[in-house]
Design a protein around this ligand. Structure first.
Ligand code: ADP
Ligand code: ZN
Length: 758
């Protein structure tokens, strides 16, 4: 047989094939034909799959052993894709962990670990490099050819020169003379592989502050001491504006000086291009790689390759950068900024949490990790206060930058005296004052569109406009080009419809309630007539089509050309603009009302984070934050307003422990989706039974309809599994799957450590 090396042992590989979620056993053994032997671990290959032997892409994840099959049934690897560098072993191990822990097949996990641009080899080019051959130069040559040879002769050493460099240096515009020289045997060409990446902006703000605060110094010192000592987890709890970034930067500097690599995760890199520019400005002698989905495909490939080759010494990226192909021996520090952000959780399979994987990677690399936040997640905080992780605190901002004064106003009270029902007079007056004195304001409202509720004006009728396919209200969006002045849209399935002019049930007029950002913009334009049109700008996903737009807007806000920035939580995060004297939260209740045990935590985070955008200038009067709420006595709102993190966290952890919810327990959530309600319920009941049969110490909540009981014509039944440890949960899920009672796929979604329960 030609399967094997003539005298060598038979060779087998285990390949994780890239197939859908439903394929449970997706790591299969294949034979390596002679001409491909040996295949490196981590290689991308094509293998025949299924009855039709369909060529399917996959990754070599382990050496194989002789399968227990008749020789004629053994399939062979078709080919190896040499456009893609093999994955480092560390990444295969991490993927295997993700696959087990998050209950997602290995092939599918790997598919999301490696960017598509890398798999397709996007932007990969072969560059021509030219050098002199040993044939002596003839006396007579056309001038262009002569100049080329002169440059090469002068070029010290015999190293080939890149074609573009050679042409430029010899003042030759076309490739003709090169080809003529090659035909004459005077030049030799070598092809060198490269990736055509376009430049990523860099080099901003290399300034370091003149002096560190005492708190910054202490944090840098104690984490710095841990750097050479192996794995450790550090929670950096610093109020907004306390200068956490400076702490990260100085620690990264230490890691670079020790010859190691640093990995830094941020929640929304695409929104904050400053971070990348800041890093490359601070470390001009090191290659900073930026990994995120907003890059062009070839850029993405080039950045990935720079990490893979070890060239990049600082790696910055959003969630998926936790899969940076960095060698674990090289890794000296991992930073997760704003560790509480829900965008670290991936909402598609594999439903991994970037922060938790970052901890895993740091642990495997035996290096410290810093989890930074002004409002840590309860998961992180509980480990910090119990002493399992190291806690470092920064309670104040650098001198002069006081925390803003936060006022909570009772919206119910204000509505009595205000002509508009959603913006109270306190906020309106505040906006007048700051804009008239030339300062800037940010107004946050976490609801898009013009009105989020449309219903009949007659109380007898009770009609409300709902999505036909979802258990949700349609949201009105204004559009003056349409005859009715707008349309209605479902924010869950994205169906959109005409806006009815009268109630379809009784013919009476319709009323529109629930202020959205679009209407807020209209109200602000009316109420602040002294501002010019371009001085008020709305930022939400309806308005902003590309990152370019957003970067331009933030630039204009930074130059104070824009006075009032209003929008959804897109503007609540991370922005650092010294001219902001007022932040308004139109409704602190949007998150509070959600039927989710994290509602209070989210509300506290939102209010503190958006408030943290104010007061970032060292001079002028104290900045103000006005928070409107229908529940002004709610502890989350009150504690956030008083900057009382500890009291809030203590209260919240007590409540969670009493209710037996995370972080006191671990949770997995299973959602059963089906067009047929009974079928969904039957699957959920069967799964609940299978889980109970595992005899693991778990507790089940449900099955019961999800708060969002139907989306896109599919009924949704939820089942929550709680256990003391991740091990218990993992075993219960694995046993239930093995027994056939739980089949993840299109209709059954398993979410381990869910961050939302809607
Ligand atoms: P955080 O991430 O903690 O919210 P930042 O890192 O964005 O805070 O820092 C807030 C602001 O304070 C930034 O403009 C930063 O340049 C500035 N800053 C940081 N450290 C100092 C310092 N020691 N002295 C003066 N300004 C500082
Ligand atoms: Zn819908």
């Amino acid at each position: 047989m030609d399967l094997f090396e003539p005298d060598g042992p038979p060779s087998w590989v285990q390949v994780a094939v890239e197939r859908g979620l439903s394929l449970d056993a997706d790591v299969l053994t294949y034979a390596v034909p002679n001409e491909l032997h040996p295949i490196a671990l981590g290689s991308r290959v094509r293998v025949p799959l299924g009855r039709g032997a369909t060529p399917t892409a996959g990754w070599v994840v382990a050496p194989g052993t002789t399968p227990n099959l008749a020789p004629e049934r053994i399939k062979r690897v078709i080919d190896v894709d040499d456009r893609v560098s093999p994955l480092p072993e560390s990444l295969i191990d991490v993927s295997r962990w993700v696959s087990d822990y998050y209950q997602c097949p290995m092939g599918m996990t790997l598919a999301s670990v490696v960017p598509a641009a890398v798999k397709r080899g996007t932007g990969r080019t072969l560059n021509r490099h030219w050098s002199r051959s040993s044939i002596p130069q003839p006396d007579r040559l056309p001038p262009a050819q002569r100049r080329i040879l002169e440059v090469l002769n002068k070029h010290s050493g015999s190293a080939p020169l890149l074609e573009s460099v050679l042409l430029e240096a010899s003042g030759v515009k076309t490739r003709g003379p090169l080809q003529a020289l090659e035909r004459a045997g005077l030049l030799e060409v070598t092809l060198v592989e490269a990736i055509r990446g376009t430049d990523i902006p860099g080099g901003l703000d290399p300034r370091r502050p003149d002096c560190l605060t005492d708190e910054q110094q202490r944090a840098i010192q104690s984490i710095g001491e841990a750097i050479p000592r192996g794995a450790s987890v550090h929670v950096l709890h610093g109020v907004t504006g306390s200068g956490k970034t400076e702490v990260y930067l100085q620690l990264i500097e230490q890691v670079l000086a020790a010859g190691k690599t640093a990995l830094m995760l941020v929640p929304e890199i695409a929104l904050t291009p400053q971070t990348g520019a800041r890093l490359s400005g601070r470390f001009p002698d090191h290659r900073v790689a930026i990994l995120h989905s907003g890059l062009h495909a070839s850029q993405r490939h080039a950045e990935w390759q720079a990490v893979r080759s070890g060239e990049a010494r600082v790696i910055l990226g959003a969630r998926s950068a936790v899969f940076a192909p960095v060698c674990e021996r090289e890794l000296g520090l991992v930073v997760v900024d704003e560790e509480h952000e829900s965008s670290y959780k991936q909402e598609q399979a594999p439903r991994y949490h970037g922060r938790d994987l970052a901890i895993l990677r740091a642990h495997r690399a035996e290096c410290p990790i810093i989890l930074g936040s002004a409002t840590p997640s309860m998961e992180t905080w509980s480990k910090a206060v119990s002493g399992r992780w190291h806690l470092h605190r920064m309670r104040s901002r650098p001198p002069g930058m006081a925390l803003p004064r936060v006022e909570v106003v009772d919206l119910a009270q204000e509505q009595k005296s205000s002509h508009d029902r959603s913006l109270g007079q306190t906020l309106m007056q505040g906006l007048h004052e700051v804009t008239q004195s030339g300062d800037q304001a940010i107004v946050l409202l976490n609801r898009r569109g013009w009105a989020s509720w449309i219903g009949c004006s007659s109380q007898m009728c009770g009609y409300t406009l709902r999505c036909e396919a979802c258990e949700a209200s349609m949201v009105m969006h204004r559009d003056n080009r349409l005859p009715q002045g707008g349309h209605v849209k479902c924010h869950h399935c994205l169906r959109s419809n005409r806006l009815p002019s009268i109630c379809p049930d009784c013919g009476k007029g319709l009323i529109k309630l629930g202020l959205g950002t679009q209407r807020l913009e209209e109200v602000l334009r009316e109420e602040l007539p002294h501002l010019e049109a371009h001085q008020i700008v709305r930022v939400d996903s309806d308005q902003i089509s590309g990152l370019q737009d957003l970067h331009e807007i933030l630039g204009a806000f930074g130059r104070r050309e824009i006075r009032v920035l209003l929008g959804t939580q897109m503007i609540a995060k991370g922005l650092d603009f010294p001219g902001v004297r007022l932040v308004g939260v139109v409704s602190a209740d949007t998150a509070l009302q959600l039927p989710d045990f994290r509602a209070s935590e989210r509300t506290f985070q939102l209010v503190s984070q958006v408030a943290g955008r104010a007061g970032r200038s060292a001079d002028g009067p104290q900045a103000r934050v006005i928070v409107q709420s229908m529940h002004p006595d709610n502890p989350a709102v009150l504690h956030a307003a008083a900057h009382e993190w500890d009291r809030f966290a203590e209260h919240e952890l007590t409540m969670r422990a009493r209710a037996g919810l995370p972080p006191a327990k671990r949770m997995a959530r299973i959602v059963f989706r089906n067009r047929d309600l009974d079928a969904a319920m039957a699957m959920a009941n069967a799964a609940a039974q299978a889980l109970t049969n595992t005899k693991e110490e778990i507790e089940l909540l449900g099955p019961a309809p999800c708060p969002m009981a139907r989306i896109d014509d599919r009924h949704r039944i939820g089942l929550e599994v709680l256990g003391e440890t991740p091990g218990t949960l993992g075993r219960a899920l694995a046993k239930a799957r093995a027994a056939g009672g739980l089949k993840p796929g299109e209709k059954v979604v398993i979410d381990v450590d869910p961050t939302t329960l809607l």
